[in-house]
Ligand binder design. Structure first.
Ligand code: COA
Ligand code: MG
Length: 295
């Protein structure tokens, strides 16, 4: 499937129609209908009853939809069964245990895809690493299924387990590792260096998103519509960054065609790694070579 933008993934408790309507017409790249911790235990069954209809509503508004399922097997099986449809792009898998967990889930999802006559293998997975065990097995976990497109870190659950405060400072080492592992597995790392729950202080939220982008995160989950624009802006290159990258690529490509390996440009050295960084900015800004060259 063609990759979609994952700059902003807006969580909506799956059983709140008002939020679903608002999220469906928001600027979020993805709507995530939550059946896990955003829904009270005694509401899970009724949330499953409306999740398919809410997914259809968001999807018909042009939103890619993911469903966050529960982690325990009993609920997870029922969640997958009620959630999957042609309107659902994938599932968010919380509290990943290890590679076997993902293999088992992928097999079950394949069975439901067959039953519902959906394209086999099409349901994508976004994984949440929320335990010490999962963190230490992250590379194997990310290799467990080709369905995996992205991975994020669950600050609150992880901190509770290891007994630290869930501050951004305390999460730095883990989140940097997540980016490296995601890169190696060719999936996108998502996350923030501020609390996802921060939906009133947009400056703090923006700072956390900017730090996340600076270390290689590609986007983030969010829980309130006010956070969406901040994420979309932060995880897109600015006009200035695109213009600079275009210039760097043009002058370096010309220099290479004239036999140079490193050149001086605007008082700085440009060599291949710097060129590659500029190319990455243009690639993620969605500009093809053709457009970039103004042809
Ligand atoms: N998706 C879509 N719309 C949302 C929304 C969401 N996640 N959160 C709030 N809204 C809407 C409100 O309905 C309101 O709409 P209106 O102006 O048309 O009335 C508007 O955005 C402003 O909401 P606000 O009054 O600021 O917040 P609230 O008190 O209604 O909701 C929360 C605050 C935290 C309860 C709510 O944002 C929420 O439940 N978020 C998702 C939580 C979640 O899924 N957690 C699990 C994953 S971590
Ligand atoms: Mg969690």
């Amino acid at each position: 499937m063609t990759p979609i933008a994952l700059r902003s993934l807006l969580f909506v408790p799956a059983n709140v129609p008002k939020f679903v309507s608002k999220a469906s017409t928001s600027a979020a790249d993805v709507v995530v209908l939550d059946l896990e911790d955003g829904v009270a235990p005694d509401q899970k069954q009724s949330a499953r009853g409306v999740v398919a209809e809410h997914a259809r509503q968001a999807s018909e508004n042009g939103k890619p939809v993911f469903i966050r399922i529960n982690s325990d097997l009993g609920n997870a099986v029922r969640d997958v069964e009620s959630a999957l449809s042609s309107h659902v792009r994938g599932i968010v898998v919380p509290k990943v245990e290890g590679p076997d967990h993902i293999v088992l889930l992928a097999d079950y999802v394949a069975e439901i895809e067959r039953q519902k006559q959906l394209p086999e293998g099409a349901t994508e997975f976004i994984l949440l690493i929320e335990t010490a065990k999962a963190f230490l097995n992250i590379d194997e976990i990310l290799r467990a299924s080709p369905r995996i497109v992205s991975v994020a870190f669950g600050d609150e659950d992880f901190s509770a387990e290891i007994g630290c405060a869930p501050s951004s400072e305390n999460m730095i080492a883990y989140k940097h590792q997540l980016v490296v592992s995601a890169t190696r597995a060719n999936v996108r790392a998502l996350g923030l260096f501020s609390s996802i729950a921060e939906f009133r202080d947009m400056n703090a939220f923006r700072t956390g998103a900017e730090r996340a982008r600076a270390v290689g995160m590609k986007g983030s989950f969010c829980i309130h519509p006010a956070q969406v624009d901040v994420l979309n802006q932060t995880f897109s290159p600015s006009e200035q960054e695109i213009a600079t990258a275009r210039e760097v690529c043009d002058v370096f490509e010309e220099a290479v065609s004239n036999g140079a390996g490193a050149i001086s440009f605007n008082g700085k050295m440009i060599d291949r790694p710097i060129y590659n960084q500029a190319r990455a900015v243009l690639d993620c800004s969605g500009l093809s070579d053709h457009v970039r060259r103004g042809a």
